[in-house]
Design a protein around this ligand. Structure first.
Ligand SMILES: Cc1cc2nc3c(=O)[nH]c(=O)nc-3n(C[C@H](O)[C@H](O)[C@H](O)COP(=O)(O)OP(=O)(O)OC[C@H]3O[C@@H](n4cnc5c(N)ncnc54)[C@H](O)[C@@H]3O)c2cc1C
Length: 461
């Protein structure tokens, strides 16, 4: 039977310029395979939960395959923590099932509303990159459908080049059909966190460099409207997994239980005037003032790792025009660039709320994986007139200091910018020549940035 297809407007989480797409939602692997084998016209692209901010999961000239119904967990080995699952399983599904049993994903980004397929396709990082690397460090193997080779089993030791092109490869090497990944044992649902105020960017970088190794998790919220001696003032939140005897008294004896809470929802698009430099400055001032230094505070995992998930549809706060998230990673010697970027943002008064700053450890082996040793700054920027030239200025600063953008977040960068930032791009394209020489897989991101193979004729759907 033909799979139903729905025409709908799709965008990334930033809701920047949605595009009309043709979307299929297969529920079974054989239905997915028949779509891939020709049932879905034009170039095809898998999509997870659409939490990439830019156009990585958008494909306006062809078909989008929504993977979220392919969400079965197949097996779990309680000795090793290895879970075998379909790619549409979300991190929230995994946490709901395994966290109460004492297992947790080893790497989580700032939201649990992402699929395992999406986590691999961007090789996502968490607050523990300096210790543990990125998501792929815990992926044992994948089955990947490719246009030229059919279904290929890949791992760090089998078809390793295809594996490392797929990790961070933004869905362009094939469609992941199943995954084996390792979960990590946890003894409680809490992190024991230290909160520290840092007066400016130098203080926070100093803290990262001298004491980060004492912590499994580390992140700083930066006030990017602060200026002069306060430029980059931050609240540093670092922590370690709590032991059963370190959880709040009410949870003693049940350390894996989390507090019940209701999520708030942003019910409609906010009008443009709600977010303006004055309201943002007021918010940042209050946040900095209220974040009192604390040692060993027990914070449940949801509050520590996923604070934004507690407000459903928070992206509507930016109104109908949406916003972009700009993630810039500077190498250790690029500190001056980081400072220059913060200065530019505070003068332009464009970046909103609090930015996030983390320290990355060593780069992994993914050819287009984003993390590399250094500091990564993440800014939310509303879509307002002058946005694109402003981002161009930030790109220039980043390029001048040997940094790179993150493809999961990028929205407007040009091909030359991305090529200069990802030195293994040709190696990645060599794999594409083998697995998909005719570009059956494609995306708006690939067409815009040129990371795929040169364009060929596309079919109208
Ligand atoms: C609030 C918030 C916080 C975030 N914090 C972080 C963070 O701390 N660290 C971080 O690294 N990222 C972070 N992100 C980004 C997010 O983790 C990534 O963009 C992730 O890839 C989204 O997964 P998804 O399931 O929504 O995939 P989508 O956004 O739908 O798709 C992402 C990519 O995966 C590909 N893909 C999806 N499924 C498959 C499949 N089965 N086979 C092949 N390719 C596939 C798509 O083609 C696309 O290229 C955050 C996003 C949000 C909204």
């Amino acid at each position: 039977m033909d799979e139903p297809c729905k025409a709908m407007a799709l965008a990334g989480w930033g809701r920047y310029k949605p595009a009309a797409c043709h979307v299929y939602r297969p529920e079974r692997r054989d239905a997915l395979l028949s779509l891939l084998d020709g049932g879905a016209p034009g170039p095809v692209l898998a999509r997870g939960l659409g939490r990439s901010y830019g156009d990585a999961a958008v494909n306006r000239t062809g078909s989008v395959l929504d993977m979220t119904r392919l969400n079965r967990m197949r097996s779990f080995d309680p000795e090793t923590g290895e879970l075998e699952c379909e790619p549409g399983v979300s991190l929230s599904d995994i946490i709901a099932v395994f966290q109460p049993r004492g297992w947790f994903p080893a790497v989580v980004p700032g939201t649990h509303f992402i699929t395992v397929g999406g986590a691999i396709a961007h090789d996502v990082h968490g607050k523990n990159h300096h210790r543990d690397g990125s998501f792929s460090s815990f992926v044992d193997s994948i089955d990947l459908w490719t246009p030229a080779l059919g279904v290929v089993a890949c791992s760090p030791t089998e078809n390793a080049d295809i594996f490392w092109a797929t990790v961070g490869g933004a869905g362009l090497t094939g469609v992941i059909l199943s995954v084996r990944l390792r979960l990590r044992r946890v003894e409680s649902a809490y992190v024991l966190a230290d909160y520290e105020r840092c007066a400016n960017i130098d203080a926070v970088l100093e803290a990262f460099d001298t004491t980060d190794e004492n912590y499994t998790y580390s992140v700083a919220w930066v006030d990017c409207l602060a200026t002069a001696d306060s430029l980059g003032r931050s609240v540093l939140m670092r922590g370690n997994p709590a032991l059963p005897n370190e959880v709040p008294p009410g949870h003693a004896g049940k350390p894996l239980r989390t507090p019940r809470r209701l999520n708030a929802t942003v019910p409609f698009d906010f009008p443009g005037f709600v977010l303006n430099p004055l309201s943002i400055r007021a918010f940042n001032e209050t946040f900095y003032a209220m974040s009192r230094p604390a040692k060993g505070k027990d914070v449940d995992y949801e509050k520590y790792f996923f604070p934004l998930d507690r407000v459903l549809h928070w992206n509507r706060m930016y109104g109908k025009r949406g916003f972009v998230q700009y993630q810039a990673t500077f190498p250790p010697e690029g500190r001056a660039g980081l400072r220059a970027m913060l200065e530019r943002c505070s003068i332009a008064r464009r970046a909103s709320f609090l930015a996030v700053l983390k320290k990355f450890g060593e780069a992994g082996k993914g050819m287009l994986s984003h993390p590399m040793r250094g500091y990564t700054l993440t800014l939310d920027i509303a879509n307002a007139p002058g946005l694109v030239p402003f981002l161009g200025e930030l790109d220039r600063i980043l390029l001048d200091h040997g940094g790179r953008l993150y493809l999961a977040k990028d929205t407007v960068a040009a091909p030359a910018t991305i090529a200069a930032m990802y030195p293994r791009l040709e190696e990645f394209r060599a794999v594409l020549h083998r697995v998909d020489p005719e570009s059956r897989l494609n995306s708006d991101l690939a067409r815009r940035t040129g990371i795929g193979l040169p364009a060929r004729e596309t079919h109208d759907v």
